[in-house]
Design a protein. Sequence first.
Lengths: 251, 233, 63
Amino acid sequence: MAITWKMPKWFYQMGSPRWFYDISSRLLPGFAIAAALLLVVGAVWGLAFAPPDYQQGNSFRIIYIHVPAAILAQSCYILMAMAGAVNLIWKMKVADMIAKSCAPIGATIAVLALATGAIWGKPIWGAWWVWDARLTSMLILLFLYIGVYTLYSSIENDINAGQAGAILALVGLVNIPIIKYSVDWWNTLHQPATFSVIEKPKMAPEMWMPLAVMVLGFYCFFAVALMLRTRTEILQREKRTGWVRQLVEEK
Amino acid sequence: MTNQSDSDLGLGRVFWMTLKRDLLLSYRRRNDLVSPLVFFLMVATLFPLGVSPEPKFLSEVAAGVVWVAALLSTLLSMDSLFRTDFDDGSLEQMLLSPQPLALLVFAKICAHWMISGLPLTIMSPLLGVMLFLPNEGMGPLIITLLIGTPTLSLIGAIGAGLTVGLRKGGVLITLLVLPLYIPVLIFGTGAVQAASSGLPIAGYLAILGAILALGIVLAPIAVAASLRISVSS
Amino acid sequence: MYFNSFSELIDMGGHGLYVWACYGIALTILVFNIVSPLMAKKQFINELSRRLKRERRISDNNS
């Protein structure tokens, strides 16, 4: 992979692990406070101050967890694949570490989306699980995440692991629209008459405003979790450098 | 290992120490333990996708699908039973030690079951729910897997022992061992399906238990013999 | 506020178990994703500082 386009100087500066470590130290408090605030406000709003749904009653309030988690799980995969691509093209270590850190976070969020989707289904459909298009696609996304994470952790050499993981993530990225299309098609073949997909009803502002707050809160949380995990990865990989040793000795 | 002379080391202690060593080694490679479980889940997912997600259809095949998935996952994890020990030479040490090889092998198989078959059994209700297994079948599913997966580990170990030195060992184990798995599969799924129809399952469980007992007594000896053959060649 | 009392909030019109289970699982997963890297970082720092101290002691003994 030897294509290199001429990028501006700040682009290459971003590739320095030490630079990322320093700048994330400054960004973390802000994002952490934002995440905590948005999540608490959103959750309280959604739980107590938003109206229940006409058909689904109070179980509708699960949407304030399920939808942000689903959105985040998908965005995180795209970020993971893009960061892997940056690593492949420009051999940027920081991009590799970000990609590697995305995998476990994305996998747990996908699990959250699946669990809340299934639990939400029980009062509505009377079943803990249905093979509908959206849940099945999310399950396949979880499998993709687990595959990428397993690949990253199986290969001893960090550089090779980064390249292999990036390739797998990109292959998965290209596959996601294909998977979605085929699962949707499969679902129309077998559409059980009594089940309907978890409909997002025409939402009044009182309903989608807390949802927007929660989505923002989840994204801020993701930034915090990603920065924390990438920082740890940086320390582990750069442990032979002077600045890491100095940092450790200061503690 | 301790500095005591071998006559001081009772068989119970030998078993326990081998078991602990294997569990500790597996704990150090925690990430590898998850793969068979994810495979288990993925195989079960393939059936609704490949055939039909209709609850009526799935609830009929759920018992068989879960059992086949458990079988394949166990096969997948069998290769790792002896491979790392073979690669770093500790397997030869075990063969040379004055401790009965069958006992060491039995301890290793127990450890292997604890990290593969047992988690599979614990995860099986999740798959049962996803495949719409009738509620009456859930309990029998867990019980039959609890009795059956140790048998699968024991029989699989024979295959692992026979192929430990070979490069293509993994696939070969499958060919050797699958025919031997068929009786366990038949009685395991038979029990779950009988329970789903409301029939008694004591007979099935008795047969599964007898197969397990036979396995516990005979398999370690067979595995020990195959290891001696494989490693010496 | 769509609930008249605290017990009504917990009950959620019969759906309380589902709603609170979801929020509970969400909290667990979010907390895990914060705590897990922090603990790994602490473990790493401990190990590295121990190793550096050992190396320093050895080099002091040699010189």
